[in-house]
Write a new protein. Sequence first.
Length: 117
Amino acid sequence: MSTLFEKIIAGELPATVVHRDARVTAFLDIRPAAPVHILIVPNKVIPTADDLTDEDESLVGHMMLVARDLARQHGIAKSGYRLIVNCNPDSGQEVYHLHLHLLGGRPLGPLLQRTSA
Ligand code: AMP
């Protein structure tokens, strides 16, 4: 069964795609947590960051550079942004197809609430 994001990459599920190339697809998050909230997703399925292999090194670098370019295009490079990758249940990962969140367009506040470690 294909993941939700595979369907978006294949064009079988609607999404606002803001970047597409041979290795990654980027589209707007359906429930944005900030004025700019973009997901950068590898075209091949990698369920979590824990499933990355050494062969994925350049893919991960490419995801970061696509995020940099999208931040510039959306006018948040200088004001600032946050890149997040959730991995497995404690992170709250909902979709098991690796994705990089690009968030910005307002002050984002502290990274995490400081509760007992
Ligand atoms: P995560 O919790 O890191 O797995 O993030 C999954 C993200 O996917 C959430 O921010 C969701 O709002 C987003 N999402 C879920 N379904 C869709 C969809 N059909 N199109 C765009 N974003 C989605």
